[in-house]
Design a protein around this ligand. Structure first.
Ligand code: ACO
Length: 326
């Protein structure tokens, strides 16, 4: 009998400081940078985002989201036997944010904890690793978190990128089960596109060398994203022997409503079947999918037994899809 990884609890957390497009535009105006609610909404669908306070780290957001997921799962944190955090904005160069999170959660059972770095595809990558470890019997109860403080790596003098991103965290608890959970996964990367979306700076000899702020060729990212997402979704469906029409909910990475609409159209799914949070959260990178999933679950949209397709795309260039039964 196949051993599945089933989601038994979801949670999410947004830092309290919320900025509407108008709030952000007013702050940017003080730097002489011009933008508007109208431009941002029309090009991206984003209306607001949350920014963490300066002393709040990814592990702090992850902690809040994890506590809610663990509570929803109805388990004791000590029963978790693997922690994976997807993040591109870790607390430190090392150790991993997952190890820091383990300590903050008070988990003292010695379970493995590590980070996965695949930028905005990080959560689907982390979920796939967790699924594989559950299928092989290496883990039974896994906490998978996407957590980001992207505000730390934004260039607030670059209006083409700083209006797009926000901070937040989302988490799921996966449990080994003989009942269907994750049905299939499909992951990809093409490193030849490293330069179109990157933070090129690094630490060397006690200094930051290169630029430590986000650089993006938005149009190149847009084109690649709309070209790969439906293919990854179809491949995941084919692996599971399902059709597009079997999907109850599409939960894509929340970067830009136009990318989401294009993918839904190509998969012949109406926007009624797409969980949308980009308007309220902006692009929270690895946190965006678990944030949207938790929103869908807690709002009563996503129900037990339904078929959900998660899709990530981002820097690397990386992309992938995970198909699952709730
Ligand atoms: N406010 C006002 N005007 C702006 C702003 C702004 N914030 N940003 C750019 N503009 C101007 C530009 O200067 C340009 O003006 P010009 O025509 O006078 O030169 C004009 O708006 C159009 O700019 P474009 O870059 O052509 O705008 P586009 O329609 O391509 O939209 C956007 C830009 C929103 C970035 C789009 O390309 C996009 O969404 N790309 C995908 C980005 C994405 O999804 N990234 C996340 C990937 S996930 C990850 O791994 C992090």
């Amino acid at each position: 009998m196949r051993r599945y990884a089933r989601i038994i609890g979801t949670g999410s957390y947004l830092p309290p400081r919320r900025l509407t497009n108008n709030d952000l535009a007013a702050e940017l105006a003080q730097r002489g940078i011009e933008t508007s609610d109208e431009w941002i909404v029309e090009r991206t669908g984003i209306r607001a985002r949350h920014f963490a306070a300066p002393d709040v780290a990814s592990s702090d957001l992850a902690l809040e989201a994890s506590r809610k997921a663990i509570e929803a799962a109805g388990i004791n944190a000590q029963d978790i036997d693997l922690i994976i955090v997807a993040t591109s904005t870790p607390d430190m160069v090392f150790p991993s944010t997952a190890a820091i999170l383990q300590h903050k959660l008070g988990i003292s059972n010695g379970c493995p904890a590590f980070d996965v770095q695949a930028v905005c595809s990080g959560f689907v990558y982390a979920l796939t690793v967790a699924d594989s470890m559950i299928q092989t019997g290496a883990a039974k109860r896994v906490l998978v978190v996407g957590s980001e403080v992207f505000s730390r790596i934004l260039d607030f003098n670059d209006r083409t990128t700083c209006v797009l991103f926000g901070d937040g965290a989302g988490a799921v608890v996966l449990e080994a089960s003989d009942q269907p959970g994750i049905l299939s996964a499909e992951l990809h990367a093409d490193g030849s596109h490293v330069g179109i979306l990157c933070v090129p700076g690094h630490v060397s000899g006690g200094n930051v060398l290169g630029d430590p702020l986000l650089k993006m060729d938005g149009q190149a990212v847009f084109k690649l994203a709309v070209g790969v997402l439906d293919k990854a979704a179809r491949a995941a469906l084919e692996k599971a022997g399902l059709q597009e029409s079997d999907v109850d909910w599409l939960i894509p990475h929340q970067a830009n409503i136009r990318i989401m609409q294009s993918t839904a159209r190509k998969l012949k799914l109406s926007m009624d079947k797409v969980v949308v949070t980009v308007d309220q959260h902006g692009n929270t990178s690895a946190a965006s999918i678990p944030l949207a999933l938790d929103h869908g679950v807690r709002s009563g949209q996503v129900k037990p037994g339904q078929t959900v397709l998660l899709e990530g795309v981002g820097g690397g260039f990386t992309w992938g899809a995970v198909l699952l039964k709730m």
